[in-house]
Design a protein around this ligand. Structure first.
Ligand code: NIG
Ligand code: FE
Length: 436
C-alpha cells in the first residue's frame, strides 16, 4: 500500500524543510513535522485568550518561543527583541486568533464504517436494537480486529487531517474496538504511530471496557479479564494516560465499571466515564467518587449528579453529535450544569456508530441551539474546558507559558464559529509555534 505517502504528499503546507520520520512498513512518512523555530503573529484584529481572565486584545500580536507563548500584547508594543528576531512571521490581516481547539472525546481509530446502521436508524431501528442484533460496537470490533496497523493508521490519519483543517490542535483518542489484549494493544500502537506522524497533540485513553466481546459470557467475567490481563499490559506499553468505561444498561454496570476504573487508577491511568448516555446507571457518581478527570455524555443525569459535578473537579463533557445522530429526544442538561457551576466541555465523539463527525466547530452550534449554552460558554467548551477534561492547563488557552497552539480564523469574532455553522475556516493552524 502506498496510500500513506499519497496522504502526506497532499498534506497542506508541507515544504522542503519537512523532516521525514521512519513510518509504517519502513516507509518515510511525515505530515509537516518541521524544525522548531520562533514565531511572531502580527496584526491580529482580535486575540481571544480563553485564560482565567478571558483576556481579549484588539490590534494584537503574539510571540511563540521554542513552542511556548512567551509574549502577547498590543501590536504597537511588540518588544524589540521579537521585532528584530530571526523567526517565522505571519501577518494575520486583522483576523481572529484563538487557542487551537481541543477535541477531548473521540474514537477516531477504527476499521470499516457503519453506514448501513445509519440507514437502518433512518427507518426506525434504535442504537440499542442494532447492538442487541449483533451490530454496533461489536461490528466495528470485528472490522478493527481484521485490519492491519497500516490500514487503521491510514483511515485515522484521514480523519485527523480533516479535524486539523477545522481548527483542532489536540485530540483525545480512545481504544475500545479491539476488545482483546492483542487488538487493544494494536490500537494503542496505531495511536503511538499517529503521535509521531502528524502535527496535533494526541492523548490516548484505554477503553477496553467498551462492550463485552463475543468470547465472554458476561460483563463481570470480561471486566476481570480487562483488570488482570489487559490493564497491566496497557500500562506497561505506556501509550495510554486515561482509562474509560461504557457504564450503561446491558453493557457494564457500576460494579464492573468501578472494578475496571480502580484497576486502571492503581496503574496510573486517570479515570473517565461514558456515563448516563441512554439510561441512568450511576456512572457520574462513580466517576466523581474516583476523581475522574471527566464524565461524558450525561443525557440522563439527575439533580444530585449536577450538584456533584458543580462541587467537584470532574469536567462534564457533552457530546451533542451523538444525540443528534441517534435522534434521541433527550440532550445533556448543559444549561443546568453551567448554572449550578460545573465546567462543561464539548467534543465530537467522532466514531463510526453514534457520531461520524470530525467538525468540532459544528458541535459549538449544536451545544448553543440544543443545549442552551451561550456562544462564549460553547467556545470555552472546545478550548479551556476541553483541555481540563484532559487534565491539561497548558493547552486550550493562550497565556505566557502555555503551548503555542493557535488558530488564525477567516473571521473577526469567535461567535461566528457557532453562528455561521461549518463556514468559518482557519487561515492557519499552528501547533507548538509551527504552522502546517
Ligand atoms: O461514545 N457510547 C459508547 N461509545 C461510543 C459509540 C461507539 C460506537 O457506537 O461505535 C459513544 O457514543
Ligand atoms: Fe464515546
Amino acid at each position: 500500500m502506498n496510500g500513506l505517502s499519497d496522504l502526506f504528499a497532499s498534506a497542506k503546507g508541507c515544504g522542503e524543510d519537512t523532516s521525514a520520520s521512519e513510518g509504517v512498513a519502513g516507509k518515510h512518512v511525515a505530515w509537516c513535522v518541521r524544525a522548531v523555530t520562533n514565531l511572531l503573529v502580527e496584526h491580529i484584529g482580535r486575540l481571544v485568550s480563553m485564560d482565567d481572565h478571558r483576556t481579549t486584545l484588539v490590534d494584537a500580536a503574539i510571540w511563540i518561543e521554542k513552542g511556548v507563548v512567551a509574549w502577547m500584547g498590543k501590536q504597537s508594543q511588540i518588544p524589540d527583541a521579537c521585532q528584530n528576531a530571526e523567526c517565522d512571521r505571519i501577518h494575520a490581516r486583522g483576523q481572529l486568533v484563538t487557542p487551537g481547539l481541543v477535541d477531548c472525546h473521540t474514537h477516531v481509530v477504527f476499521g470499516g464504517d457503519r453506514r448501513d446502521e445509519f440507514r437502518l436508524r433512518a427507518t426506525g431501528a434504535s442504537y440499542e436494537d442494532i447492538a442487541a442484533a449483533g451490530g454496533g460496537i461489536r461490528s466495528t470490533m470485528a472490522l478493527t480486529r481484521g485490519a492491519t496497523i497500516e490500514e487503521l493508521s491510514l483511515s485515522a490519519l484521514g480523519r485527523l487531517k480533516e479535524m486539523h483543517a477545522r481548527g483542532v490542535t489536540s485530540v483525545e483518542i480512545k481504544t475500545g474496538y479491539g476488545l482483546s489484549l492483542e487488538s487493544e494493544l494494536k490500537m494503542l500502537e496505531v495511536i503511538r504511530f499517529l503521535q509521531g506522524t502528524q502535527p496535533m497533540r494526541l492523548l490516548a485513553t484505554f477503553l477496553g471496557a467498551h462492550t463485552v466481546p463475543p468470547e465472554f459470557d458476561d460483563m463481570h467475567e470480561y471486566a476481570r479479564y480487562v483488570c488482570s490481563e489487559m490493564l497491566p499490559a496497557v500500562a506497561k506499553q505506556g501509550v495510554a494516560q486515561f482509562c474509560d468505561v461504557f457504564c450503561e444498561r446491558n453493557v457494564f454496570d457500576v460494579d464492573a465499571s468501578r472494578q475496571v476504573l480502580e484497576a486502571g487508577l492503581s496503574l496510573g491511568l486517570r479515570p473517565k466515564v461514558h456515563a448516563e448516555q441512554l439510561s441512568w446507571q450511576g456512572g457520574t457518581q462513580l466517576g466523581v467518587s474516583l476523581g475522574a478527570v471527566s464524565v461524558d455524555h450525561l443525557e440522563y443525569i439527575t439533580d444530585t449528579d449536577i450538584e456533584l459535578l458543580a462541587n467537584g473537579d470532574t469536567v462534564a463533557v457533552v457530546l451533542p453529535g451523538a444525540a443528534v445522530t441517534l435522534n434521541v429526544e433527550r440532550h445533556a442538561p448543559a444549561r443546568r450544569l453551567l448554572d449550578a457551576g460545573a465546567r462543561v466541555a464539548i467534543a465530537t465523539d467522532c466514531n463510526p456508530g453514534s457520531s461520524m463527525c470530525v467538525d468540532l466547530r459544528l458541535m459549538t452550534t449544536l451545544a448553543t441551539t440544543l443545549m442552551g449554552m451561550t456562544p462564549d460558554e460553547a467556545f470555552a467548551g472546545v478550548t479551556c474546558h476541553a483541555a481540563n477534561a484532559l487534565g491539561r492547563d497548558d493547552i486550550g488557552r493562550l497565556r505566557v507559558g502555555a503551548a503555542g497552539d493557535l488558530v488564525i480564523w477567516r473571521t473577526d469574532h469567535e461567535h461566528n464559529i457557532p453562528y455561521r455553522y461549518g463556514a468559518v475556516e482557519p487561515d492557519y493552524v499552528i501547533v507548538g509555534g509551527v504552522r502546517s
